[in-house]
Design a protein around this ligand. Sequence first.
Ligand code: PNS
Length: 161
Amino acid sequence: MQAIYPGSFDPFTNGHLDIVERALKVVDRLVIAVLNNTSKKGLLNLEQRIEIIYEVLKKYGDRIEVESFSGLLVDFCQSKNTHVVIRGLRAVSDFDYEHAIFLMNRKMYPDFETLFFMSSSDNSFISSTIVKEVASLGGKVTDQVPEAVNRKLLEIYPDKK
Ligand code: PNS
């Protein structure tokens, strides 16, 4: 079975990595769908995000595909003939948002399903937003992001090393 793991991944964190690795124990293949959000200026551009995710997950070979998408997630799912999406849930606070998105997606695509993975406790506080803030202020995020992401963050904020 193939599933889609969508997100902004700006940047990809150890929380995302944990979800990918656990999802790969359940599904055969994952398409990591990186949101091309033109209205929000991210830290990393789309190409950088995609390149880094491929690098971090290269040991999984063709079980992983990384693609960008814009527009509705359900349209992207249909274009990939895939009706299963993976999402991580860190805390109860994620639930309301995820539930609303799930219900709306299902209205638009009745076969749509989401498999939720609970974040492991080490990762339950990590978010891309917090990682960006800490890195930009010179804090260490080596335990929160894969090595390739940390290298890129140090490249962006060189004076804070
Ligand atoms: O990593 P994020 O930012 O939590 O991911 C959110 C994402 C990309 C899954 C969500 O914003 C999304 O699916 N966006 C695509 C637009 C869409 O389909 N919106 C309708 C959902 S109701």
